[in-house]
Ligand binder design. Structure first.
Ligand code: RNT
Ligand code: ZN
Length: 417
């Protein structure tokens, strides 16, 4: 039986539950995933005066073939995109600027330093998202940036964030789709602080200054990303969840929830419905924390499905901006992108193929037996046949055949770097 025939059979099973499979596939096509460029080069970037990765995040592994130039990185992203169904977005960091060999301070970055990325995105009909880079820099060496006690250092980073918002605005204007510009800072302390309030007051003040600059909201959307701890900020992080939740609600900014930035038993899936009652939109960095915020490649696990379910069954597809954030240098980096992104899309499809309205009614009626029974039985419904058909229909490799493409690319391109 070919992919189409298997699909037809599977479709019938879902149709018995009133699930319009074709319509769900059409909907799936419209959901963009913001794919992070930094999986391709281990968060190195292309600055002329390059600094070691810092900020309490770490990439482990030394798999050969990492992208060393913007051209190589774009070529690798193109390869990954050819294996991922749908139209997506690419998420850049300020360290991916192209400055023609000239040292440009981060607070001096301009839209022109991203022109090549914009041209590339335009040709492919991709949206771009952006992040100021407040790590891997001598002015972030002591682990403090926007909350730094030294005003000069704070100002440098404030200027960098303003410059970044302008770059985001440029992306949005050029590409006709708003850019999400997300601020994440590493600020915190290794050991128990004697004052939590003063650094937080300074961060609040810095953010106020950054957002005081008028930027066209149709082109750029601001987000802030919280964190629980990092390497070197184990005891205290200035920009905690409550800090940014309060800031975002009060100042009409988006909260960005990274799935690795909470306590191990705390789930982002559980936060979505709560936050969307008070905020029109929110953003995600879908990652996989293995024991800590390790940024492993996203797998098709229970929490990923639960996140997708919360987005789909609450009609929040337009309100949750889905981005990815993982970096694994121990495996082929294009495979990492492909696996993680395909899984995110797969999870959305999985969520769309559940009788969500009926399951809600069961809960309202208090029929928890049928609720559990159905949620479990649907796990072995012929979901794979629908997914395979979606890949075929979107003209990307079906099942594991994409791996062959990655292997040839590794031989022909990556191994020669
Ligand atoms: C760090 C944050 C942040 C970074 C990227 C590179 O813990 O998750 O989003 O991973 O900006
Ligand atoms: Zn993140």
């Amino acid at each position: 039986m070919d992919v189409k025939q298997q699909f037809e059979l599977a479709k019938k099973e879902y149709e018995q539950w009133g699930i319009d499979v074709e319509q769900r596939l059409e909907l799936l096509k419209t959901i963009p995933i913001s794919i992070h460029c930094w999986q391709g080069d281990d968060v190195s970037g292309f600055e002329v005066a390059k600094s070691e990765l810092s900020g309490g995040i770490d990439v482990t592994g030394n798999y050969p073939g990492k992208a060393k130039t913007p051209e190589q990185l774009r070529q690798d992203i193109d390869k990954a995109l050819s294996l991922i169904p749908g139209k997506h977005r690419i998420n850049l960091h300020a360290i991916y600027a192209e400055t023609d060999g000239e040292v440009v301070e981060r607070n001096q970055l301009e839209p022109k330093h991203f022109q090549k990325w914009v041209e590339w995105a335009k040709e492919r009909g991709l949206g771009l998202d952006f992040n100021p880079t407040l790590f891997s820099h001598e002015k972030a060496a002591d682990g403090l940036t926007l909350s730094h006690p030294d005003e000069e250092i704070r100002n440098y980073w404030i200027e960098h964030c303003i410059a970044s918002r302008k770059i985001g605005e440029y992306f949005g204007k050029e590409l006709g789709t708003p850019c999400l510009t997300n601020i994440w800072i590493p600020d915190g302390y290794k050991d128990t602080p004697s004052d939590r309030l003063t650094p937080r007051k300074r961060l609040k003040d810095s953010l106020d200054k950054i957002f005081a600059v008028d930027i066209d909201e149709k082109c750029n959307i601001d987000a802030v990303e919280s964190k629980l701890f990092g390497i070197g900020s184990e005891s205290f992080v200035v920009g905690s969840h409550e800090f940014y939740l309060g800031y975002a609600l009060k100042n009409n900014k988006l909260c960005l929830l990274d799935t690795g930035h909470y306590h191990p038993t705390e789930a982002v899936s559980n936060k979505i419905s709560a936050m969307l009652l008070y905020s029109e939109k929110l953003a995600l960095h879908v990652s996989r924390p293995v024991r800590w915020d390790s940024d492993h490649v996203v797998t098709f696990d229970d929490e990923l499905k639960e996140i997708a379910l919360e987005i789909v069954r609450n009609d929040a597809i337009d309100d949750v901006m889905i981005g990815l954030d993982f970096f694994d240098a121990s495996i082929n980096r294009i495979a990492a992108w492909t696996i993680g992104t395909r899984n995110m899309i797969k999870a959305l499809l999985y969520a769309m193929l559940l009788p969500n309205e009926y399951l809600k009614q069961l809960q309202e009626k208090g029929d928890f037996t049928e609720r559990l029974a159905l949620l479990e039985e649907f796990k072995s419904y012929p979901f794979g046949a629908i997914w395979n058909y979606y890949c075929e229909m979107m003209d990307v490799p079906v099942k594991e055949t994409w791996l062959q493409d990655v292997k040839s690319y590794e031989q022909e391109v990556l191994s020669k770097r």
